[in-house]
Design a binder for this molecule. Sequence first.
Ligand code: NAP
Length: 236
Amino acid sequence: MRDTSKVAAVAGASGSVGSAISRGLLEHGWRVALLYRRDHHKADLQERFAAYGDRALWVQVDASRSDRVYQAIETIRSHWDGLHLLVNAIGGWIGGKRLHEHAPEDLDAMLNMDLRPAFHLMQAVIPVMLHQRSGKIIHFASLAPLHDGAMSAVYAASKAGVIAMTRAAAKEYRRDGIQVYAFAPGIIDTEKNRQSMPDEDRSHWVPVQELVETVLFLAEGGDALSGTVFEFRGRE
Ligand SMILES: NC(=O)c1ccc[n+]([C@@H]2O[C@H](COP(=O)([O-])OP(=O)(O)OC[C@H]3O[C@@H](n4cnc5c(N)ncnc54)[C@H](OP(=O)(O)O)[C@@H]3O)[C@@H](O)[C@H]2O)c1
């Protein structure tokens, strides 16, 4: 029998948050295209998500490249009908230094990890969603640009761009059945953060499960919340 379950694309699926969101959606019956960048993630993802059989699809993409993103979305479309949800959990951080201490290359690195993927992914999926007259997009930004972003100026600027594009797109496509949201978390309680900050007090960190549950809620509802930047402050 033909599988008619909804289709999601999770970008940054090899990351701490992207992999948890992928699993959450698969557990709730979605078909999920897991978008990963570096070669070595494929075998790991295939092993971790093997239990979901044909409902999981692996697609490699460097999302800083427009042509690659279009190709990846086309691969998903040729495999399954429709694309109902895009979760963009791509990101990276260069910081811990004052603005004048940044290398000029840091700007490109942050744009390639934090801003360009959001732009290219939206450019590729919105035409599909316009055709369907429905679709949801969730981007991961950060609390940094909503605070002062000190010691993270380049990262905060890049994530601020994600928030700006989220708000603009939510308004531009509000009559087309497309909703766009941004998540702005503080420090997330991931294994990577536990290892890199072993002595930090984790009581105010954001549990990954709360992010997953909010994605699951928005995946099925919350249309009137389009344009919202969800601040996950933890228990600060
Ligand atoms: N962790 C936190 O405390 C925190 C706090 C605030 C906001 N956020 C944001 O939340 C999101 C998820 O964070 P996380 O902790 O799950 O990060 P993570 O574990 O470092 O994962 C980031 C993912 O992004 C992928 N990626 C980076 N640049 C890419 C590109 N150009 N094209 C395709 N994939 C690319 C990485 O792939 P590769 O491994 O192949 O490079 C990796 O899978 C990110 O947007 C992050 O900025 C995180």
